[in-house]
Every structure is written in structure tokens, then in C-alpha cells.
Ligand binder design. Structure first.
Ligand SMILES: [Zn+2]
Length: 216
């Protein structure tokens, strides 16, 4: 059983004294993004603390595939420092077929719920059909791959502002589809927060927004 009060530096895995990473790694974390990066067709605003690069990428891969669940608290420490809009409920991106044994978005959402004191419901968004792994698709097919693959519970999200939690924002297609499901179920505003955003995402987002004629 993990001691809840112990932080592990997710970048070098040494114990730290109740801080989100060790001092050495803090010097290497120069890519803190921490701003509202933009929006997609259905997601009103998304943000992430870091670019998916260097030590952030290494830490995320360990978190996802190397059973390093103890990184979660540290990741969320940074995520909660981002400019997040007030929301009534947190939802997570349902899991894909993946080599990961657990749903990383669900773990992050649980922790963010504690940090932000916003209720999290893991059943608010469900996956209703199987899709290919997003990274197996190119940008255009990512959108088609996910089209209408999620359904949100109107009982849980109708009339509410919703915060989607995910691990990485790559093309934005996933958070857009989850946001679409929430809006279809009556959500007012839908926001998204992830731990990292892909370097390539900025190009994708401009393509994405061109596609839907959205400016940001
Ligand atoms: Zn470190």
C-alpha cells in the first residue's frame, strides 16, 4: 500500500519531500505550458502543463506501461497549477485497447478530483464501440476512427460544466469526441486537462481548427 503522503519524482523516481518533483528535475522542466491552448469543435478550452517531450515523455511512458502509478499524484500537482475553468463534474476518457493494465486517465481524474474538490464520475462517459488505437491512425482517420464512439450520461452531465481528464493530448480528436458526447448529453461548457500535450499537436490543432473553421 502506497503511503499517500509520499511523492516520487516522476522523472527520476527518487522520493521527494512532499513536492511534485526533485530539485534537479525541476531545472530540466522548462516546457511548462500552463495556458489555455485553444479549443476544438466541441471542447471549449483545453490545457496541459507540459509538452510531451524529453523527461515528461519518459515519465508518461513509465506511468502508462511500467506500472508507475505512484507518479499520478505528482502529475496532478502540475495539472492543478494550470488555468482550469471551474467545472461541476470531472469525467475521464474511457480506456482504449492498450498495453497499459489500468486506465491512466481514470487515475489522473481521481486525483484531480481530490485536488480540485470537484466530483468525479468514472461512469459519466462510456465507450460504445471498439476503435483502433489512435496512434495507429493518421490525423484525418483519427477523427473518423472515434466518430460517435463515446456516449455521456445526461443524468450526470446535463446542464453542467464538465472537465475532461486525459493523460496526453495528441491530435485533440479524443477530447473533441468526449466533449461532443457530453454536449449531446446536455453539458453546458466542456473543458479538458491533460498532463502533456504532443509537440506535433500544435500543427494538428491548426489543421483541426481549419477543418472546422474555428479560430483560436
Ligand atoms: Zn527527479
Amino acid at each position: 500500500m502506497l503511503n499517500e503522503n509520499i511523492y516520487f519524482c516522476p522523472y527520476c523516481n527518487i522520493k521527494t519531500n512532499n513536492s511534485a518533483c526533485c530539485e534537479l528535475c525541476a531545472n530540466d522542466l522548462k516546457n511548462f505550458v500552463n495556458k489555455n491552448l485553444g479549443k476544438t469543435q466541441y471542447c471549449d478550452s483545453f490545457t496541459a502543463p507540459f509538452l510531451y517531450d524529453d523527461i515528461v515523455r519518459d515519465a508518461m511512458l513509465k506511468f502508462k506501461f511500467d506500472n508507475k502509478k505512484n507518479f499520478c499524484k505528482s502529475f496532478c500537482y502540475f495539472m492543478k497549477e494550470c488555468d482550469i475553468f471551474y467545472s461541476d463534474i470531472i469525467v475521464s476518457v474511457p480506456s482504449f485497447r492498450s498495453k497499459s493494465k489500468y486506465n491512466t486517465a481514470d487515475l489522473l481524474a481521481k486525483r484531480m478530483s481530490k485536488f480540485l474538490n470537484i466530483k468525479y464520475n468514472s461512469r459519466a462517459v462510456k465507450k460504445v464501440r471498439e476503435t483502433k488505437l489512435q496512434h495507429e491512425c493518421d490525423f484525418n482517420s483519427r477523427l473518423l476512427n472515434l466518430n460517435d464512439s463515446f456516449v455521456a450520461s445526461s443524468n450526470l452531465v446535463s446542464g453542467k460544466d464538465v472537465l475532461i481528464c486525459d493523460d496526453i493530448i495528441t491530435s485533440g480528436a479524443t477530447i473533441d469526441e468526449v466533449a461532443k458526447a457530453c454536449k449531446k448529453a446536455g453539458a453546458k461548457n466542456v473543458y479538458a486537462i491533460a498532463f502533456a500535450i504532443s509537440n506535433g499537436a500544435f500543427k494538428n490543432f491548426s489543421d483541426f481548427n481549419k477543418k472546422f473553421e474555428i479560430k483560436f
